[in-house]
Design a protein around this ligand. Structure first.
Ligand SMILES: [Zn+2]
Ligand SMILES: [Zn+2]
Length: 379
């Protein structure tokens, strides 16, 4: 992207719009990818189109001439996708640069201008809830320290009785406009007056509470409505509860990160829960009615006769509520994973019974001898 748009079209800097259009038609015919066998036809054609687009638009061309090729391309890249300022910023500044927010931003950055009032910062806090609370939803209170408009002075930074005068720095305009020669040509720049910070007025007293800032840091306690079905790591956004913006700009948001504590009985997977159920060998063989925990209390569960270890059963609707509001009142499932418990030691009766069981099935079991048994037998 080293070639500037005039070079791309092969016209002079003072070419008329008609000359630009004619040059575009000629070049486009030459490089159109459908007809040209030039190796870079496609890329070249794009450049030609871009050059024509900018140089036939009075505002864009003016900006292009002012900031130069590299800066212009860079700014378009940044602002092209509907960047900030595209929606016509405050103060009517959007009027003469319609749809070119990126360029305007760059321009401000470059020349230190800009009187746009800044939106307040987002603040972040965290809360921790347990699985039952995540199941039902819960109202929590969070306390955050955040800047707030000073109540003593109503955010103005000075007592109402303070004597005021017009700011001599800007003559009450709140902005200073200067014309400067820069390497990019003659540039008129407008910046917020440093002396009055854009207010246009000066006061002979400062508010003692906020020392003239108009803001104080204060603890605020806010109610957070945590919806049922929330998952670990999700964030709730309390709009407008962050730090206040400058001079009436929108305040930021308060982001509440939610941690859902682990539960000893369940593994969670979205709206589904998983539970490991341990049953005895006879329970697995004969079947049994057992209690399995759910988030709201125990539920009866029928272990069918002949249940294999590792088998999974689905208890429909016994999981967590769906967070998605379109699926409100729907619940996930509880998966019960059956594990047959193998006893590690047996009393004599159990041993005999099991040996009888094995024999009855025609099974011969020869347990490996333990170290001590072997020792005993060798003596
Ligand atoms: Zn001023
Ligand atoms: Zn104050």
């Amino acid at each position: 992207m080293s070639e500037d748009f005039y070079e791309v079209l092969g016209v002079s800097q003072d070419a008329t719009e008609e000359e630009v259009k004619q040059a575009y038609r000629d070049k486009a015919t030459e490089y159109h990818p459908d007809v040209s066998d030039h190796p870079d036809a496609e890329e070249k054609f794009k450049q030609i189109k871009k050059a024509k687009e900018v140089l036939t638009d009075e505002e864009k061309r003016e900006m292009y001439d002012r900031v130069g090729h590299e800066q212009f391309v860079e700014a378009e890249k940044r602002g092209g996708a509907g960047g900030p300022g595209g929606a016509g910023g405050p103060g009517g500044r959007g009027a003469n640069v319609g749809g070119m927010g990126g360029i305007e931003d760059l321009f401000n950055e470059f020349f230190g201008g800009g009187s746009r009032s800044r939106q307040g910062d987002d603040l972040v806090t965290r809360i921790s809830i347990d699985l039952e609370e995540a199941y039902r939803g819960v109202d929590r209170q969070v306390t955050v320290r955040r800047p707030e408009p000073c109540e003593t002075c109503g955010g103005s930074g000075h007592p109402p009785s303070a004597d005021e005068r017009t700011c001599p720095g800007c003559g009450g305009q709140g902005q200073q406009t200067t014309v400067q020669q820069t390497p990019l040509g003659r540039v008129q720049q407008t910046r917020t007056c440093r002396r009055c910070e854009g207010e246009g007025r000066l006061y002979d007293e400062r508010c003692a509470t906020c020392d003239g800032d108009g803001q104080v840091r204060r603890e605020a306690t806010l109610a957070v409505d945590v919806p049922a079905g929330i998952e670990d790591g999700q964030t709730l956004r309390l709009e407008g509860e962050g730090a206040p913006g400058d001079r009436g700009a929108r305040p930021g948001d308060l982001l509440v990160e939610v941690r859902v504590e682990d539960h000893p009985d369940f593994e969670r997977d979205g709206a589904d829960l998983h539970h490991d159920l341990v049953v005895s060998f006879p329970q697995a063989v004969f079947g049994d009615t057992v209690a399995v925990p759910t988030v709201t209390g125990n539920a009866e569960f029928e272990v069918p006769p002949g249940t294999q270890s590792g088998r999974t059963f689905r208890l429909e609707g016994k999981g967590m509520p769906e967070l998605d509001r379109r699926r409100r009142d729907r619940y996930g499932d509880l998966y019960v994973h059956v594990q047959v418990y193998v006893p590690e030691s047996l009393n004599n009766d159990q041993r005999e019974a099991l040996e009888t069981f094995a024999e009855a099935g025609g099974e011969e079991v020869e347990p490996p001898q333990s170290f001590f048994d072997r020792l005993k037998n060798s003596l």
